[in-house]
Design a protein around this ligand. Structure first.
Ligand code: 15L
Length: 266
């Protein structure tokens, strides 16, 4: 398989390309900027996904795509629209036209961030985005479903929690994913013969988790890392954070409280 990683110069892209190197001998990297640590043996093509011709170039000859590119936090509508709506549409359309077989889409917990923390949710719930960014991830999931159902692409959307070496506060004890576990989920999306359109939660083995990830388990996902191993340090870091009444109520945290003015206004 010839794999393409978009957003390869970003934090997740940088971690994943190292973890996946042994598994896929042919990996093409793409981003607007060149990764700082690009090896002489690595294939890189610069591309702006808002430009469809660019996207056709990077998808040419590719079998499977790990689509990480885009604006990765909340932003202005203009930014989100260009990077995450137009860019994501171009990616799926070019993948289809280029004969790509599989796409693994980096969705986000922020597509469902307005679920309260005391509710456990599976992949069947209605999306409840907590930001324009979250809306763009819900849009990407919907596009993935369309290209899977209408055109037969095999699409896996991973609602990624927080990718890091360890959980950095109380919220992240529930949504943390170690890069190695994310690599395991990505490989299921690229390799599993029964994938058509699936949504997984991107979390490690988190006792305090809010997500029912049985769909990922059904495809063989066995997370190897436990957030609880880091509880004391995560809670010590939490104690230094200012209180956030809205953010602490909902799964999306500060993405929910940011610009929030729903209470008692109408
Ligand atoms: C995300 O989707 C973001 O890309 C990342 O920067 C974190 O904010 C993460 O969610 C999170 O919720 O911690």
């Amino acid at each position: 398989m010839h794999i393409l990683i978009t957003g390869a110069a970003g934090d997740i892209g940088t971690r994943l390309r190292k973890l996946l190197k042994g598994a896929y001998p042919r990996i093409r990297l793409s981003d607007i900027r060149k990764p700082k640590d690009l090896g002489a043996d690595e294939e890189f093509i610069a591309a702006d996904l808002a430009d469809y011709e660019n996207v056709m170039k990077i998808t040419d000859g590719i079998d499977g795509i790990i689509h990480l590119a885009g604006h990765s936090v909340e932003g202005s509508w203009d930014t989100i629209h260009t990077s995450n709506i137009v860019g994501c549409y171009n990616l799926f359309e070019a993948a289809y036209r280029s004969g790509v077989k599989r796409v693994v889409f980096a969705s986000s917990n922020h597509a469902v961030g307005f679920y309260p923390r005391d509710q456990k949710i599976g992949v069947g719930v209605t999306v409840r985005p907590d930001s324009r960014y979250g809306v763009s991830k819900a849009f990407g999931e919907a596009l993935g479903a369309l290209y899977a159902d209408k055109h037969g692409l095999r699409v896996t959307c991973i609602r990624i929690g927080n990718v890091n070496d360890k959980p950095i506060d109380q919220r992240r004890l529930s949504i943390w994913i170690k890069p190695d576990d994310l690599a395991q989920l990505v490989r299921i999306g690229l390799d599993h013969p029964d994938i058509r359109f699936e949504i997984f939660y991107g979390s490690s083995n988190n006792e305090a988790g809010w997500w029912d990830n049985s769909n990922a388990h059904r495809f063989g996902y066995r997370p190897q890392f436990r957030a609880e191993d880091f509880r004391p340090e995560a809670m010590a870091a939490q104690a230094k954070l200012p209180p956030d009444a809205i953010g602490d109520r909902f799964q999306g945290g500060s993405f929910c409280s940011d610009e929030y003015d729903a209470d008692g206004k109408r």
